[in-house]
Write a protein that binds this ligand. Structure first.
Ligand code: IPE
Ligand code: IPE
Ligand code: MG
Length: 247
């Protein structure tokens, strides 16, 4: 269905290698329809399948999706429990497509603190797709940017204390090496950040990695965010002039 989607972009267009999306607005989408918030999360999950497939066909190398933040634990337990069960449903139904599309799943987050069943399902998806060589679908699940940075600082402090590193030698690269996104190698920093639902904030997402990302705030609620929206947001990225502090 999205096989010829690449033709919708100029052949010369620069495609962001790493696209990160703050998938926001599930609850408001559901409310608008007179449905419970969890109905929005279910619809949002289905949309992940559509958008991940389209991103892969567009030639995106890494698609990072903010699925659950370290602050989302403060929601009512019914909603949290539903969100923790979603990966079971998602990978249970989408795995054949992930294999077919050659998509490799990664998870960026504090997986040790997830409920057993959720952690097992997520880590199994990583394991089952580890041989795939296409787009990386990177789920930020129980992820928080500040916790990630604190964790990196702590690791470096421990290494300095036991003498395995010289603290004077700590630089950007060494610090980035301790972040959860280190597994993405030189694609760790998003080129394009999209946040749906009209909110214009970062909400503790990839604080270090977003230093030079282009940002697009799309008004669409995540369950309604379409392939057309993605194509438009990538066109917007192509119009940006990235300078990285230079001229
Ligand atoms: C995003 O949608 C999904 C998660 C944060 C898990 P929300 O649940 O935040 O939806 P709104 O922002 O309340 O509409
Ligand atoms: C950010 O959305 C987290 C995810 C999309 C997973 P939130 O809905 O939690 O962010 P705030 O509370 O509006 O800042
Ligand atoms: Mg929200």
């Amino acid at each position: 269905m999205t096989d010829d989607i690449r033709k919708r972009l100029d052949p010369e267009a620069s495609i962001p290698k790493h696209v990160a999306i703050i998938m926001d607005g599930n609850g408001r989408w559901a409310k608008k329809k007179g449905q419970p918030r969890i109905a929005g999360h279910k619809e949002g999950m289905n949309n992940v399948k559509t958008i991940a497939t389209a991103a892969s066909h567009l030639g995106v190398k890494v698609l990072s999706l903010y699925a659950f933040s370290t602050e989302n634990w403060s929601r009512p337990s019914k909603e949290v429990n539903f969100l923790m069960r979603l990966p079971v449903d998602f990978f249970g139904t989408f795995m054949p497509d992930l294999i077919k599309e050659n998509i490799k799943v990664l998870v960026t987050g504090f997986t040790d603190h997830l409920p057993d069943r959720t952690r097992k399902v997520v880590l199994k998806a990583v394991e089952d797709t580890k041989g795939n060589t296409g787009m990386i679908l990177n789920f930020a699940f129980n992820y928080g940017g500040r916790a990630e940075i604190v964790n990196a600082a702590k690791n470096l402090a421990l290494k300095a204390a036991d003498g395995s590193i010289d603290p004077v030698k700590i630089d950007d690269a060494m610090f980035a090496g301790q972040l959860l996104t280190n597994q993405l190698g030189d694609l760790a920093d998003p080129d394009l950040l999209i946040r749906t639902s009209g909110e214009e904030r970062i909400s503790n997402f990839m604080l270090w990695q977003l230093a030079y990302s282009e940002m697009v705030f799309d008004k669409t609620y995540w369950p309604e965010y379409s392939v057309d929206n993605l194509v438009e947001d990538i066109k917007e990225f192509d119009r940006r002039d990235r300078r990285f502090g230079s001229i």
